[in-house]
Design a protein around this ligand. Structure first.
Ligand code: NAD
Ligand code: ZN
Length: 240
């Protein structure tokens, strides 16, 4: 790993940093990305489970999949990559962490300025009366208030992102001087637009991913390997 002098100087000096994370940053906590998921669920593509159509057609199956994922998330702990981002937030006057993850691990790690673009798997709400349940232990398919169906509080395929949250993410991307794209294949729009917005507005664009992505050619600098190894090294005092 060989960060440029320019990046090290930026890390020491910039006042505004924006970070976009995807499923890859949680992979080392034992939470599978969709592409790596196995077992009986390999039979189903996430697109066939994470949608309103799928939920209306087979609510039990979709609910069971989310209960399995909730269990995995509950048993997981933040990893060195999450923790490095907590240190980065502490060292930077204006720091925004935009995540596509629904696992809540950034919050549990200790970051505070987090924008969850795809919601949070711990929550659920009724599709009839909008009753909300925030305690994952109480998550159930049948609404306690009206008997309607409770769905997970996440953004499904084909659904719009929460508008205000996305506007805030766009603002953070266009205002920042340094933008990190970590553990995301950067193909799911509109989140994938954020790195471009940042770069168009003058930010230095850095990618951390196991492998090259569609974003790699656009980046000013790319690091290929595990986020949990690269981030702590990059932010360590040996370099800075
Ligand atoms: P994705 O499109 O963000 O792809 C994962 C990326 O992470 C890949 O590019 C892969 O190369 C990279 N990666 C894997 N392990 C890594 C590591 N250790 N270090 C750095 N990079 C690594 O994610 P997806 O799995 O295709 O999921 C799409 C959407 O599904 C997400 O945006 C999210 O909303 C949801 N999802 C969330 C979680 C979670 O909350 N942890 C998990 C799976 C899926
Ligand atoms: Zn209800």
């Amino acid at each position: 790993m060989n960060p440029s002098q320019k990046l090290l100087k930026l890390l020491r000096e910039v006042k505004r940093i924006c970070v976009l994370t995807g499923a890859g940053i949680s992979a080392e906590s034992g939470i599978p990305t969709f592409r790596s998921e196995d077992g009986i669920w390999k039979k189903f593509k996430p697109e066939e489970l994470a949608s309103m159509d799928a939920f209306l057609k087979n609510s039990e199956l979709v609910w069971e999949w989310y209960q399995m994922r909730r269990k995995v998330v509950r048993e997981a702990e933040p990893n060195a990559g999450h923790l490095a981002l907590v240190e980065l937030e502490k060292s930077c006057p204006s720091f925004t962490l935009v995540t596509q993850n629904v696992d809540g691990l950034h919050r549990r790690a200790g970051n505070s300025n987090i924008l969850e673009l795809h919601g949070n798997i711990e929550r659920s709400y009724c599709i009839e009366c909008h009753f909300e349940e925030n305690d994952p232990e109480e998550a159930r398919l049948k609404c306690l208030k009206c008997g309607g169906k409770m769905r997970p509080g996440v953004v499904w395929f084909g659904e719009a992102l929460p508008e205000t949250t996305f506007l805030e993410a766009e603002r953070a991307a266009s205002d920042c001087e340094l933008f990190f794209c970590i553990g995301t294949s950067a193909v799911v729009f509109p989140a994938a637009a954020l790195p471009e917005i940042a770069q168009r507005n003058g930010a230095y664009l850095v990618e951390v991913n196991l492998e090259p992505t569609e974003l790699t050619p656009l980046c000013d600098e790319s690091f290929h390997g595990k986020a949990g190894e690269i981030l702590p090294k990059l932010l360590s005092s040996d370099f800075l």
